[in-house]
Design a protein around this ligand. Structure first.
Ligand code: CU
Length: 166
């Protein structure tokens, strides 16, 4: 019984490794500053089944600062950085935390309902952390068909549309 469980674990690790290797369908997009000269970076995220993986990078931040980052969108409709925006979220990512150089790089590995990440949604980074005085390290994913509203005012600093091929 113990031996069988161990075999299953090894098999799943093998599948994960294979998934990483053959996925180079570059879904990268620019995380554009809201104010000219503001922080900028990139989103490189992809969803396969219920797994969202990739990286969110933002540079030009105050060293050590923490910033909320969300996947904005609603169950229906098309939203974008430059078009109609929404304060509803599909995912709260862990906060982006800037290093000594003012660069935050968040490695994303999140389980979410299929097609949560799709064209018509966008990633937005904000001035403040998710919770004042804290650094959020957990991702929060909403249930299928729902969206969560932002708990407090938190001005946007950078935004990037999820590309159509994600
Ligand atoms: Cu947001």
């Amino acid at each position: 019984m113990i031996r069988r469980a161990a075999a299953v674990v090894i098999l799943s690790i093998g599948l994960i490794a294979a998934g990483c290797g053959d996925d180079d369908a570059g879904s990268g997009a620019e995380l554009k500053p809201i104010d000219s000269g503001g922080p900028r970076g990139s989103i490189d995220l992809a969803q396969e089944g219920d797994q969202i993986t990739g990286t969110i990078r933002l540079a030009g931040l105050e060293p050590g600062s923490a910033h909320a980052a969300h996947l904005h969108g609603e169950p229906d409709g098309e939203f974008s950085c430059s078009g109609e925006r929404t304060s509803a979220h599909l995912i709260n990512f862990p906060d982006l935390v800037a290093d000594d150089e003012g660069v935050a790089e968040l490695s994303v590995e999140i389980t979410a309902p299929a097609e949560t990440l799709r064209a018509g949604t966008y990633v937005m980074a904000h001035e403040n952390p998710r919770t004042m005085g804290e650094v959020a390290t957990e991702a929060v994913v909403v249930e299928p068909g729902k969206a969560m509203m932002m708990a407090m005012e938190n001005p946007p600093i950078a935004c990037g549309d999820v590309p159509a091929d994600s």
